[in-house]
Design a protein around this ligand. Structure first.
Ligand code: HEC
Length: 160
């Protein structure tokens, strides 16, 4: 066996043992390391939308496909999973509004608020809305988030 092969086997061994140790100790937390977000968009739509998102600096305020950037100064909502609470039609309307704060009132200083993207070409707003609506969140994470939110608001465990 060559050295490279040994190293590969050793690595596989580590991964297998690691997996067993993890499954022995983390039965209830098995979701902890999963990424709870996913998109149902076609690669074509995803690519077009991500280009618009990059060109317009959406990620300087919003997090998307990343952990929250601790240096991010704007407390904007994260866009991961946004399609679980907003429809494509809502998102299109919101991105086309000349005054987005008429739809979603803001408590932030003016420079941090959601800017109007009414000036973007219509097809860009449509592809953005389509893509954002495709951003979903896995059920277990939604449940966990709702539960945490309920406890934060009421200080109680949700009733079954
Ligand atoms: C200057 C910071 C900033 C930029 C840039 C920005 N947003 Fe926002 N966005 C916000 C804030 C803050 C909110 C929450 C509403 C408010 O306070 O105006 C928001 C709200 C939203 C919402 C609604 C979230 C909800 O609760 O339903 C969507 C969708 C959204 N933004 C998408 C985008 C997209 C797509 C882009 C880029 C084209 C973008 N934003 C660029 C700050 C920003």
């Amino acid at each position: 066996m060559r050295r490279g092969e040994k190293a590969v086997l050793a690595l596989i061994g580590l991964v297998v043992v690691g997996g067993m140790v993890q499954s022995a100790f983390h039965v209830e937390d098995k979701h902890d390391r999963d990424i709870p977000f996913y998109s149902t968009a076609t690669p074509e739509v995803a690519k077009q939308a991500m280009d618009v998102i990059r060109d317009n600096g959406c990620k300087s305020c919003h997090s998307l496909w990343t952990l929250k950037d601790v240096l991010q100064s704007v407390p904007a909502p994260m866009l991961d999973g946004i399609g679980a609470i907003r429809s494509e039609a809502w998102l299109y309307q919101y991105l086309s509004a000349t005054d987005p704060q008429a739809t979603l009132p803001s408590r932030l200083k003016k420079e941090y608020r959601m800017p109007s993207y009414a000036g973007l070409p219509d097809e860009q707003r449509r592809v953005l809305a389509k893509y954002l609506a495709s951003l979903q969140v896995k059920d277990w994470y939604l449940e966990q988030t709702k539960k945490a939110e309920y406890e934060k608001l009421t200080g109680k465990e949700p009733q079954k």
